[in-house]
Write a protein that binds this ligand. Structure first.
Ligand SMILES: [Zn+2]
Ligand SMILES: [Zn+2]
Length: 148
């Protein structure tokens, strides 16, 4: 499966489906200040952590595609990448901390206070994600290995 990212912010894009067809959109917990520019990710692309959107991923959480809560017709696509800190929190089952970290990082990025609506939607998003985890965190190798 090819990975679609935004050419402007280098974030992984989700799929949005409505009557007019399929579109690529920014992930629901990332508040973008620009329109997504779908491009195919280059080989070896790692981008950003899908949980906190800040650091480079060191592991991947195998995840089924799932509908995003509060965003009808929106679909989370593929595995979720996690940076070192987020991997640690996931491994320790500290999902409340993970939600706080994600919301805090988003607020910091936009230099705004933490938004309650974003907090609520992130809690719901991560709860839905947890029901669709297919297996344990898989560390990303330095060099591209054979994938499963
Ligand atoms: Zn973007
Ligand atoms: Zn992270």
């Amino acid at each position: 499966m090819k990975l679609i990212i935004c050419g402007t912010c280098s974030r992984r894009l989700d799929v949005y489906v409505d009557a007019s067809g399929v579109r690529d959109i920014h992930p629901p917990s990332y508040v973008a200040d620009h329109e997504p520019v779908p491009v195919e990710a280059p080989d070896g692309w790692r981008g950003h952590c899908d949980f906190c959107f800040s650091d480079e991923p060191v592991a991947v959480l195998p995840t089924n595609d799932f509908p995003v809560p509060h965003m009808p017709a929106s679909l989370s696509r593929g595995d979720w990448a996690a940076c070192g800190m987020c991997s640690t929190l996931i491994g320790a089952d500290r999902w409340e901390r993970l939600v706080k970290r994600s919301v805090r990082k988003t607020a910091d990025h936009h230099e705004v206070p933490v938004d309650v609506a974003l907090l609520v939607s992130t809690i719901a998003l991560f709860a839905a994600l947890r029901e669709n985890i297919r297996g344990p965190l898989r560390p990303l190798a330095e060099e591209a290995g054979s994938d499963g």
